[in-house]
Design a protein around this ligand. Structure first.
Ligand code: XIL
Length: 358
């Protein structure tokens, strides 16, 4: 039985229905909330070039995070500029920062369709693709074995709008190896680091749309198939790039998380933020809606399981990927993250205090 089944829903179309999320809990000297922290570890994606360079940014990461993940650094475009090159500079720096500050680091990501160097996009035979894939995973995990405990092994494997036989997202990997690239990647990762938590990471499961319903079904089918075949897999990462203008399909999301849980897989929230390009410009109104979307999202998940971690994709509105693809037509800056561009906690921060160690 889900906790929400006992509660009255407060969701509605007007701001009044969103309630207020303005009450930031008092912080102790270490900057942690005094009360209400349910102790799901909180973390954020970091930009390597800002660590120990932008002092305010670095302080915010140190103050609020128990985990970090690189926004880049481990992606093929960063790590593999040439076929023969592994450039570990960024990831080493991130790990050094995490270690120096008592944080853990998640690895993002070993296999993705995007952020690929041209040479890898041009792998032209199944044999060449498999050799590169296996060599890549082995080399990266050999280097970080025992030091990066959790990996997004496969990122975004489900097609945008899965239908019929086109359920897996097209990539050089699926073109050359079919859907078997997912199993190969997981088996290779488990052999290279038997203790690592191996995750499949994906987005867009939470809207009340047919597309999201199909995406959830396709993901569950994939996870079940992998488990049935004894493939080493430990959890599903829900990216959580929420669409501010859409309600959360709480029932659909809760049922999805139940299905994942029944497969004995962990759930993590790996890249949380709220895409606010279509929300009202008024900052107060916008921040309340952003906070309420995250509350609805985390309520639906935590009704069923405690996620092993909750990470936002960045920490301050000052540095966010959102305007790369979702800038606002009124020219106002996006506000997708828990701290504003001056590092002041926003309504979203107070929502995260209710669930996490932030
Ligand atoms: C984004 C980064 O934030 C950008 O800086 C980068 O240039 C492009 O990728 N889903 C993911 C992340 O899994 O890797 C993406 O990160 C955001 C969407």
């Amino acid at each position: 039985m889900r906790r929400r089944d006992f509660l009255l829903s407060a969701v509605g179309g007007t701001l009044a229905a969103f309630g207020s999320f303005d009450d930031i809990l008092p912080l102790n000297a270490a900057g942690r909330a005094e009360a209400g922290d349910a102790e799901i570890p909180y973390g954020a994606a970091v930009k390597t070039e800002l660590l120990d360079v932008d002092v305010q940014y670095t302080d915010a990461i140190k103050r609020y995070c128990r985990m970090i993940v690189g926004e880049g650094g481990l992606k093929w475009a960063d790590l593999r500029p040439q076929p023969e090159t592994f450039d570990f500079t960024q990831a080493d720096r991130q790990l050094e920062f995490a270690d120096a500050n008592g944080m853990t680091m998640r690895g993002h990501t070993l296999v993705w369709y995007a952020a690929m160097p041209d040479w890898a996009l041009n792998l032209a035979t199944p044999l060449a693709a498999e050799l590169e894939l296996v060599n890549h995973i082995e080399t990266v995990l050999d280097r970080y074995r025992g030091r990066i405990p959790s990996w997004d092994v496969v990122n975004e494997p489900i097609a945008d709008d899965p239908s019929g036989r086109d359920v897996i997202r097209p990539s050089v990997w699926s073109e050359q190896l079919g859907r078997g690239y997912i199993e190969t990647s997981l088996r290779t990762a488990a052999e290279a680091d038997p203790n690592a938590q191996l995750i499949i990471n994906d987005f867009n499961f939470e809207k009340p749309t047919t597309q999201c319903r199909r995406r959830r079904a396709a993901m569950i089918d994939l996870l079940r198939e992998l488990k049935d075949n004894g493939v080493p897999l430990h959890g599903l990462g829900l990216q959580g790039h929420l669409t501010g203008a859409s309600e959360i399909d709480q029932d659909g999301l809760s049922r999805f998380v139940e299905d994942v849980n029944e497969l004995e897989l962990d759930v993590l929230v790996t890249e949380l933020d709220v895409i606010d390009d279509k929300l009202p410009g008024n900052v107060h109104v916008r921040d309340q809606i952003v906070a309420s979307r995250v509350k609805d999202y985390l309520d639906a998940i935590t009704d069923v399981v405690q996620p092993k971690a909750i990470l936002t994709w960045g920490i301050s509105d000052r540095y966010t990927w959102v305007p790369m693809w979702f800038s606002r037509s009124d020219g106002l800056p996006n506000r997708p993250l828990p701290l504003d561009d001056k590092y002041q906690p926003k309504a979203l921060f107070s929502v995260l205090q209710q669930y996490t160690s932030i």
